[in-house]
Write a protein that binds this ligand. Sequence first.
Ligand code: SF4
Ligand code: SF4
Length: 360
Amino acid sequence: MSEAKARPRPPIESGCPDGFRNLHPMMRKHYGNWDYHEDPQPGVLKHVAYGGDAVYTVKAATQRILDVFTLRTLCDIGDKYADGHVHFTLRSNLEFFVTEEARVQPLIGALENAGFAVGGTKNSVTSISHTQGWLHCDIPGTDASGVVKAMMDELIDEFKNWNMPNRVHITTSCCQINCGGQGDIAINVQHTKPPKINHDLVANVCERPSVVARCPVAAIRPAVVNGKPSLEVDEKKCICCGACYPPCPPMQINDAEHTKLAIWVGGNHSNARSKPTFQKLVAAGIPNNPPRWPEATAIVKNILHTYKNDAKDWERISDWIERIGWTRFFELTGLPFTKFHIDNWRGARNSLNASTHVRF
Ligand code: SF4
Ligand code: SF4
């Protein structure tokens, strides 16, 4: 047996890299072993370890999709004014670390002079987390990063200050089915019509059984159209979710007129004070109106304003609504309550396609 066959090539491991290698040394040294932390000012955290070591974290907003020039600018600031270590948060904020208090203000000054807002900690509105949008994905119905830019321009004071009853996480999602957005406030795409099928292309582009199996309400059937194998949609069943479009782009569902935005509130992954909660729909059919999305932004600002005025200290949006009730939420925000707000998926087991079988 040859040497090559006796010892096969080892697999190339390409999983998640070891994050510890890149942690700030003080963070690595005291990982999981902190005594307490403080919030000296908006955008700054101070962690103190048992024994007295302290490290200051300064948080700056980024636009998530970063060009090389901006990344280099941020890295240069990190090298010159911080300790040469940075950390991207889930919401695309960039954190810098220093171990001396005297270096905090020069670091903040350098970031602000370069155009980066510092904030997003404690009871502020932190940066909006978003999905990839037109730049990276093939199925978006809107540009999530564009919505984020337009909204955060209007919410910059809420990012830089501790104005809110508690922290607010906002998310956006640029299609209705995949990455998704679950947050205190979520702005998600909403399709409003069934897909329009280009029957000339289906046979060449789509694996029909996969597309049939993909539909959550079993609304798609194989069909022969103009002598070619294709698909048909039972439009009475279709819930316009868009799940058939990724595996079969000839089932076009996005368009400028019928792709709308919907706003959901009260989602919370955390179980710190209360159970995790699913978000609920509060506004639908909002125009998907680039480049500034003024209608969606106005509704988000209205919800934030109402929350700020009515919630008790440290209530998250879901806690606040739990206390006052949904009826009062709609009264206070002035958002119209319609029949579309009622389904909370309690009937999903009966109404959704829960089978793994392919139907023909
Ligand atoms: S939310 Fe949908 S469209 Fe947006 S990046 Fe994710 S999969 Fe693509
Ligand atoms: S996958 Fe969604 S959009 Fe496509 S036919 Fe089924 S319900 Fe309609």
